[in-house]
Design a protein around this ligand. Structure first.
Ligand code: E4P
Length: 216
């Protein structure tokens, strides 16, 4: 499973990239706004921190505007992946940009039929939003399972990017359901390493090592 970091905070991205666990980055307009930085400048900086795809989202909602913004974003760096909303206009723009060789991440997916459309439009990634479905008491994991089955039934190569991941359990369930990628905030990714028995066991080993005067 590939791990993308869902943030526009370049310090967090650099810190996590150093672990070798980061395969790409996703951003959205809200995350860019939170960074307080210039859009193009921050995307360029993020693209230099990873070799993997960096999703940068358009803000136009009409076909021509989305294609034009997508082409502008694609010029920022070779690893930009244009993020488009799952609307009919967005799907049309997805086909155009994909045919031009620009990878597209179709975002704000909340149903299997939407995911089917994105695959038919040539999307490189489909982003089902797990946490936002959970927020309205719908099981986001069922959606991942349905998309996996549909894509496998027809051999679609669009990668399932589990998004709006809020907990370590979301990561595990997405992996079990066969998502190709998950994107999560830095704190969720760091939290995956935590276990109280790891901390307890390590403390005991270190205490014994100190008592025995073990040096490596
Ligand atoms: C993914 O591409 C989105 O940026 C993100 O996962 C949204 O997460 P949220 O629902 O927690 O805002």
């Amino acid at each position: 499973m590939k791990f993308f970091v869902d943030t526009a905070d370049t310090r967090d991205i650099a810190d996590l990239a150093a672990t070798g666990l980061v395969d790409g980055v996703t951003t959205n307009p809200s995350l860019i706004a939170k960074s307080g930085r210039d859009f193009a400048e921050v995307i360029k900086e993020i693209c230099a921190l990873t070799d993997g795809p960096v999703s940068a989202e358009v803000v136009a909602t009409d076909y021509e505007g989305m294609v034009s913004e997508g082409r502008t974003l694609a010029k920022i760096a070779e690893n930009v992946c244009v993020k488009l909303p799952l609307t009919m206009e967005g799907l049309r723009a997805c086909r155009t940009l994909s045919d031009e060789g620009t990878p597209v991440n179709v975002t704000l997916c909340f149903s299997a039929n939407q995911a089917l459309l994105a695959a038919k439009a040539g999307a490189a990634f489909i982003s089902p939003f797990i946490g936002r479905l959970d927020d309205i008491h719908i099981d986001g994991m069922e959606l991942i399972e349905e998309i996996r089955l549909i894509y496998d039934n027809y051999g679609f190569e669009t990668e399932i990017l589990a998004a709006s991941i809020r907990t370590a359990n979301h990561v595990k369930q997405s992996a079990l359901a066969g998502a190709d990628v998950m994107t999560a905030p830095p704190a969720v990714i760091r939290g995956l390493a935590n276990h109280p028995l790891t901390d307890k066991g390590l403390a005991a080993f270190l205490a014994d090592a100190e008592k025995a005067g073990i040096k490596v």
